[in-house]
Design a binder for this molecule. Structure first.
Ligand code: GUN
Length: 311
C-alpha cells in the first residue's frame, strides 16, 4: 500500500527531510537503520576528537565469567571504541571471583583519572550482587546510566548519563524524522534497563509524547498498541508484536532479543508489521547497534564532564 494511503503516516513523518530518501521495506515502511546511524555517530566522535588534538578518552569494561554472548558484546564495544579513536581497557575476572575482589577492581577504575567511562557487563554470575557493584560507579563514569544516582538524575531532569538502549531509540526516531510531540507512544516492558527510562525519555519536555508503559498484565495489549503512533517493544517475547498491534503509519522500534530454536528473534514480527508500519527497525541492525553508538556518545560526554577534553 503506498505511504499516502496509510492515514496517519504523513502526520508521523512530517519531519522526514525531503533531501534524503530513506530505504523502505517491500511493504513501504521506512527502515530505521541502526548500523548506519551508529557508524555516523562513531565517525562524528572520531572527527571531534581529532579536532581536539586526540585526547585519550578511555572506556573500561568489566566482564565476569565466560558467558559467550557477553564476550561478544564486550568485544564489539571495544571495536567501536577503537573506530571512534578512543581507547579501551578491559578487566576480565573469573566466574568465581569474590564480591570483594570485584568491588576492589571496580573501585580501582572509579579512582583512576585516566578512565572516563566504566561499563560492568550484565548479568553478573549468580551469587554476585550487581547493585552493590554499580553503586561504586561515580555518576560521571556511569556510561551505562544504570546506577541509582544516574536514574535519579534522569527522573529529576538533571544532567547525567541516560541508559544507552532507550537513548538509541530516541536517536533513531530523531534521525528518521519520527514526530513525538503530542503523539501517543506505548512502551512494552518495564525493565530498568529499557522500559522505565524509555517512558521517561518519551515524556520529557521537548519530546512531549504521551507515553504509556504496558507490560505482561496489560489488558488487551494489541488494542492498547493500536492507539499508538510509536511502539517500543522491549518485552523479550519473540514475535509478540504482529500487524494487528499496529496503527497504519506508526513507528515500531524493536528492542527485544530472544534466543529461540529458529535463531535470535526480536519482539516484532517484522514480516507482518512492515506492511502496516510507517517506519520500522530491522532486527538485527536496528536498536542493537544504537546501544553501542550511544555508549560511545556517553563515553565522550563522560570525558567532558570530568574535564578531560580541552576547550
Ligand atoms: N547486558 C546486556 N545489555 C547490556 C547493557 O546495555 N549494559 C550492560 N552493562 N550490560 C548489558
Amino acid at each position: 500500500m503506498p505511504r499516502a494511503d496509510r492515514g496517519p503516516a504523513g502526520a508521523s513523518f512530517s519531519r522526514v527531510t525531503n533531501s534524503e530518501e530513506f530505504e523502505r521495506t517491500p511493504g513501504g515502511a521506512v527502515i530505521m537503520d541502526g548500523k548506519r546511524l551508529r557508524d555516523e555517530i562513531v565517525a562524528g566522535i572520531r572527527t571531534k576528537l581529532d579536532g581536539l588534538g586526540n585526547p585519550a578518552v578511555c572506556l573500561a569494561t568489566v566482564l565476569v565469567g565466560d558467558d559467550k554472548p557477553s564476550q561478544i558484546y564486550v568485544r564489539n564495544k571495544h571495536k567501536k571504541v577503537e573506530e571512534a579513536a578512543m581507547v579501551s581497557r578491559h578487566v576480565g575476572l573469573p566466574a568465581d571471583v569474590s564480591q570483594g575482589e570485584l568491588e576492589a577492581a571496580v573501585t580501582d577504575l572509579a579512582q583512576d583519572p585516566n578512565v572516563h567511562g566504566i561499563l560492568v557487563q550484565l548479568p553478573l554470575p549468580e551469587g554476585l550482587d550487581a547493585e552493590r557493584v554499580l553503586d561504586l560507579l561515580p555518576p560521571e563514569k556511569d556510561v551505562d546510566g544504570l546506577t541509582e544516582r544516574s536514574m535519579g538524575r534522569l527522573v529529576r531532569g538533571r544532567d547525567g548519563h541516560v541508559p544507552c538502549t532507550p537513548l538509541g531509540v530516541m536517536r533513531l526516531m530523531e534521525r528518521y524524522g519520527v514526530e513525538t510531540s503530542g503523539k501517543s507512544a506505548v512502551v512494552i516492558g518495564r525493565s530498568t534497563l529499557v522500559g522505565l527510562p524509555q517512558v521517561l525519555l518519551l515524556g520529557r519536555k521537548g519530546v512531549d509524547a504521551t507515553a504509556t508503559l504496558a507490560h505482561s498484565r496489560t489488558t488487551d495489549l494489541a488494542a492498547v498498541c493500536r492507539e499508538a503512533d510509536i511502539i517500543v517493544a522491549a518485552a523479550g517475547m519473540a514475535g509478540l508484536v504482529t500487524a494487528e498491534f499496529v496503527k497504519p503509519g506508526a513507528a515500531v522500534l524493536d528492542v527485544g532479543i530472544s534466543r529461540t530454536a529458529d535463531g535470535i528473534q526480536g519482539d516484532v514480527h517484522f514480516e507482518s508489521v512492515q506492511a502496516v508500519a510507517g517506519a520500522i527497525t530491522p532486527m538485527p541492525g536496528g536498536t542493537g547497534p544504537m546501544t553501542i553508538g550511544c555508549l560511545m556518545e556517553n563515553t565522550l560526554s563522560a570525558a567532558r564532564m570530568l574535564g578531560a577534553l580541552p576547550g
